[in-house]
Design a protein. Structure first.
Length: 91
């Protein structure tokens, strides 16, 4: 009944971010998974504002999401926009 809790991977973002990242592979719909991943990156941007440039873009936040995930986000259709040439529209 209770979730196994560990220390958060990132103390600035907290344990709830870990839960959000862990939930992404369980989302069936691709578009919803991508929206959720962008929300995760947006929260990382809020927690680490010094990683965000003046245009709201943050390669470091996307790289950090890929680092924190215990899975390969690409296996679930999530690409780092800085690697794929897409705009970073995570908020």
């Amino acid at each position: 009944m209770f979730l196994d809790q560990k220390k958060p991977k990132d103390f600035d973002c907290g344990y709830n971010l870990d839960l959000m990242i862990d939930a992404i592979p369980r989302i069936d719909e691709q578009d919803e998974r991508l929206r959720y991943a962008k929300r995760v990156v947006g929260l990382i941007k809020q927690s680490h504002p010094n990683w965000v440039d003046k245009n709201g873009q943050s390669k470091m936040a996307w790289d950090y999401y890929f680092e924190l995930a215990d899975y390969n986000p690409r296996d679930y259709g999530i690409e780092n926009p800085f690697d794929s040439g897409q705009p970073d529209d995570a908020e």
